[in-house]
Design a protein around this ligand. Structure first.
Ligand code: DX5
Ligand code: ZN
Length: 226
């Protein structure tokens, strides 16, 4: 029910193979890969080449978060590299809606992310075309920032609309997530938790994932028996 997506921004890229094995052994569902272009955000990370290297070493779902001004130009290269989810930002200059069909046509799931200041209203009319709605709970660009609880009503608004319309769109949250706020975000309607620093902290990936999952489960409330 709850999916955990370790952000490899906090992983040791000098030892990718062992970082991949660690998250696999911890039983996570997704690997979250942050692509930054130095324009949409000040930071710069990596492109399809690294996604391809990771794809060759794992069957886990590769959840690629494109913090790029022009993600439309990179749909095919990331699909070819083996990305499963291709998440663009709603704040790009082009109309993000025009890219959603192209992402699906390339064989990937379509994701759209909103920055803390962006209203969930930009996504609501297009939910049928969105497989994953990513609510940023920090300003995108860097790991290790503090969680912004004020974004949670956006997750709840999306949850209500997705359920009302009977859609399968997943709601993901990214930024400052750890055991201390996992129950709150799940209660707000989130089902996919991205976490970088809290998962790779002290190299104890298995323990950190277990703690995050236990905290998240508490947000689902007690089981209901019929
Ligand atoms: C930030 C990235 C995040 C980042 C999260 O722009 O989108 O995925 O790695 O890192 P933590 O969990 O440390 O906030
Ligand atoms: Zn991210």
């Amino acid at each position: 029910m709850i999916k955990i997506a370790p952000s490899f921004l906090s992983a040791d890229f000098g030892d990718l193979e062992s970082e991949i094995r660690k998250v696999e052994e911890a039983g996570v569902e997704y690997i979250h890969l942050d692509v930054m272009d130095g324009h949409f955000v000040p930071n710069l990370t990596f492109g399809p080449f690294i996604v391809d290297a990771i794809r060759k070493r794992t069957e886990l779902v590769l959840d690629v978060h494109l913090m790029m001004t022009d993600p439309g130009a990179y749909i095919q290269p990331f699909a070819d590299a083996g990305s499963d989810i291709f998440t663009i930002h709603a704040e790009i200059e082009d109309d993000f809606v025009n890219l959603l069909g192209k992402i699906r046509d390339a064989g990937m799931r379509s994701g759209v992310s909103i920055k803390p200041a962006t209203s969930a209203d930009v996504l609501i009319p297009h939910l049928e075309a969105i497989d994953l709605a990513l609510v940023m709970s920090v300003e995108p660009g860097f790991g290790g920032q503090s969680f912004m609880p004020e974004v949670l009503p956006k997750a709840t608004a999306l949850r209500e609309e997705i359920d009302r319309r009977g859609l399968e769109t997943e709601i993901e949250i990214d930024g400052g997530i750890g055991p201390q706020n996992a129950a709150d975000v799940v209660q707000a309607g989130v089902r996919v938790l991205v976490a970088g620093s809290s998962i790779f902290k002290d190299g104890k990936v298995k323990e950190n994932v277990a703690a995050l999952r236990a905290a998240a489960a508490a947000g689902m409330g007690p089981p209901v028996w019929n």
